[in-house]
Design a protein around this ligand. Structure first.
Ligand code: FES
Length: 98
C-alpha cells in the first residue's frame, strides 16, 4: 500500500448516477454529465489541471435533490443545480484559482 498526500488542491465530485427505472430520480437524468464536461473544459482552458480534479461519482443517496456536487477540501455539497446556477457555481468553485 502506498500512502501519500492528495495531489490536488481541490476535488470536485459530480454524481452522474443514472437509474434504470425512469420513474426514480437521479442526477444522471438531470444533465450532470454536462456539468462534468463543462467543468473539465473550464479547468483545461484555465490550465488548472495540476490543481483541480473533476471526478465523476456514483449515487450519494440524495437522488431527489440532484444534480449533486461535493467539493473537497471545503466539504461543501451543492444540490438541485439548475442551468442558471452554472456560471455562479463555476465561478464559486474556481474562485481561488482565477
Ligand atoms: S443519483 Fe445522484 S445522489 Fe443518487
Amino acid at each position: 500500500m502506498l500512502k501519500q498526500p492528495v495531489p490536488y488542491r481541490k476535488i470536485i465530485f459530480v454524481c452522474i448516477n443514472k437509474k434504470e427505472d425512469p420513474s426514480k430520480p437521479c442526477c444522471g437524468a438531470k444533465k450532470s454529465e454536462e456539468i462534468v464536461a463543462k467543468l473539465k473544459q473550464i479547468v483545461r482552458e484555465r490550465n488548472l489541471k495540476e490543481y483541480i480534479r473533476v471526478s465523476k461519482l456514483g449515487c450519494m443517496g440524495k437522488c431527489e435533490q440532484g444534480p449533486n456536487i461535493l467539493v473537497y477540501p471545503e466539504g461543501i455539497w451543492y444540490s438541485n443545480i439548475k442551468e442558471e446556477d452554472l456560471q455562479f457555481l463555476f465561478d464559486e468553485l474556481l474562485k481561488p484559482f482565477i
